[in-house]
Each structure stands twice: as C-alpha cells, then as structure tokens.
Design a protein around this ligand. Structure first.
Ligand SMILES: [Zn+2]
Length: 189
C-alpha cells in the first residue's frame, strides 16, 4: 500500500482553481494517480462541471453526464492510461470543516468502488479552503508548506485578503479500512 501522495504543481493548480471558482460552494472532481514505489503521483485532477454544488456538500448532479464521462474514460484508457489509479478530490469550505473524510464521503467512495471491480482501493483528496483577512498587507503571493500529513497553502491575491488551504489524502480499501497519506509537492505552486 502507498504511504505518500505527491501533488505536483500542475495538479495542485487544477484542484485549487476549481475550488476557488465555485467558492464558497464545494467543488469535486476525479484524480488519476500513477504508482511509483511507495508514492502515488497525481497525474491529473479534473473537475466535474455538472456537479450539484452546495454549501457543505457536493454531489453528481447529472446522470447522463456521468455516463458520458465513464464512456470517455473507457475509450481513453485504451491508450496506455489503464495503469493509472482512479480517485477523486473535493473541497470542504464550511467554517468549521477540516480535511478529513465525512460519512457522506465514505458513502461516495463505497459507490465509486462498487462501479469499478478492477480497483483495490480508492484515493480521495480533500482540499479545505477558507478565506482569510490579514491586518498586515503583502504583495500577491502563493506558497505551500508541510504540516504533519497535510500540505498547507496560502494563495493571497490581494494585499489584505486571500485563501488558506489544507490538503489531505486518504486511501480507502473495499473493507473500508482508511489510511491517511502524507501529501507532499515537488515544486512551487
Ligand atoms: Zn467531504
């Protein structure tokens, strides 16, 4: 089983952008991961545009759209992407939220695993995104750092205002054993 999740700047950007776009509603998407020894490297993080986005939850909003995505993936996976592990990501945006799996998240993962017999486990990334107001002004900045198993980030577009994010990742197997991965990055956001 993997122990670390590597989130390259490109995938970090995709996830962060989709979370910021619909903020303060929640965003979700699929992630595709490449196993490299004990690491899982996020190759892609693709938002699902038709999701029903709420405050405190996000669900697939359109059955026909999800069917089209499944068909699309089946065709593309013939081109050598079959080795990539499927997973997901979503944002948590309510004030007291943390980057941990909720009961609703576990139900979602159970459903996704049920659809895919070839997967031994599901990997879900959670980006907890909150607004922050700062008394000390600064020029626009974006930076990440490590704190225990989470990747932390500040993206500050304005002198006194920005986003604070914490990114966690979990592996859930078919028996619903949950293991947290250490999320790291390998470049500047
Ligand atoms: Zn959640």
């Amino acid at each position: 089983m993997p122990t670390r999740l590597v989130l390259p700047p490109s995938a970090f950007y995709n996830m962060f952008q989709s979370a910021v776009e619909v903020f303060p509603r929640e965003s979700d998407g699929y992630s595709f991961l490449n196993p490299q020894g004990r690491d899982l490297v996020v190759v892609r993080a693709c938002p699902i545009q038709t999701s029903k986005r709420g405050f405190g939850q996000v669900d697939f909003g359109n059955k026909a759209a999800m069917h089209r995505l499944t068909e699309f993936e089946r065709a593309v996976s013939m081109n050598g992407h079959a080795g990539l592990i499927r997973g997901g990501y979503h944002s948590h945006t309510v004030k007291e939220s943390v980057s941990e799996l909720s009961l609703g998240d576990l139900k979602f993962i159970r459903d996704e695993l049920a659809k895919r017999e070839n997967l031994d486990y599901w990997v879900e990334l959670i980006i907890t995104l909150k607004e922050r107001f700062y008394s000390t002004p600064s020029s626009p900045t974006a930076r990440t750092w490590q704190s225990k198993n989470k990747l932390q980030a500040i993206v500050r577009p304005q002198a006194n205002w920005g986003y604070r994010a914490s990114i966690g990742a979990y592996v859930v197997d078919r028996e619903e054993h949950i293991r947290e991965l250490k999320v790291i990055t390998n470049g500047k956001p």
